[in-house]
Design a protein around this ligand. Structure first.
Ligand SMILES: CC(C)(COP(=O)(O)OP(=O)(O)OC[C@H]1O[C@@H](n2cnc3c(N)ncnc32)[C@H](O)[C@@H]1OP(=O)(O)O)[C@@H](O)C(=O)NCCC(=O)NCCS
Length: 188
């Protein structure tokens, strides 16, 4: 599985992957508008225009098939954006999306491993996300409260998780604040 940084030519394909991946969620949220654009696609658009966008942490998994394959040649995408705990810069992971035509082939895992490796190599202390612990625990994510990190919304409970990197200084504790566009959705 080859993972690389997103380049400007990937933007539309990445949107298409996110639209396809999150379509079932959007249909469940808005049964009266089942073909509506998933909120995660709008979130991606807004994150790209936000100062919290980190191009070095926007990664794609090219599809193993020709460029006219589902997803426009991109099988999956992940991004981490700038977040804060107090004044300490940390990362928020998401959206993570794999085109349904490429599910369960290790694409999502490869993307998460790659972005976590890049984050650690860049010296980041911590990555947080809102997601299913049944999926994310395999990457070392734990309930954020274990590390004294408070979710933006207390209703998220164990779904708000952090991956902490071993560093000489202890990771920051306190309320987690995502890049601004996340405040309009439930954590991506
Ligand atoms: C979640 C997602 C990224 C996984 O991508 P993927 O490439 O299929 O994942 P992988 O092939 O690396 O891993 C598949 C494994 O994860 C499991 N898995 C996928 N989604 C899961 C979930 N929500 N909860 C628990 N396990 C999950 C699969 O059952 C499979 O398990 P197995 O390896 O034991 O068979 C993909 O299903 C997706 O894009 N979903 C829609 C968007 C989404 O939910 N994004 C995450 C938001 S936090």
């Amino acid at each position: 599985m080859l993972i690389r940084r997103e380049n400007p030519g990937d933007v539309e394909a990445v949107r298409a992957v996110a639209a396809a991946a999150f379509a079932p969620y959007e249909a469940a949220r808005n049964p009266d508008r089942p073909d509506g654009l998933p909120v995660e696609v709008t979130l991606l658009d807004e994150l790209r225009a936000d100062p919290g966008w980190l191009p070095e942490l926007s990664l794609v998994a090219p599809a193993p098939a020709p460029a006219n394959a589902p997803g426009g040649g991109i099988a999956g995408h992940v991004v981490c954006t700038r977040a804060h705990i107090g004044s300490v810069p940390v990362l928020g992971l998401g959206p993570l999306a794999v085109h349904p035509a490429h599910h369960r082939r290790g694409v999502g895992s490869a993307l998460v491993h790659a972005v976590l490796g890049a984050a650690e190599a860049l010296g980041e202390p911590l990555v947080a996300l809102l997601g299913d612990p049944a999926y994310y625990s395999r990457f070392g994510f734990e309930h954020s409260e274990t590390y004294g990190v408070t979710a933006p919304d207390p209703k998220w409970g164990t779904y708000f998780q952090v991956r902490v990197f071993e560093r000489p200084v202890p990771p920051p504790r306190g309320p987690f604040v995502y890049a601004k566009p996340f405040s309009r959705v439930d954590g991506g």
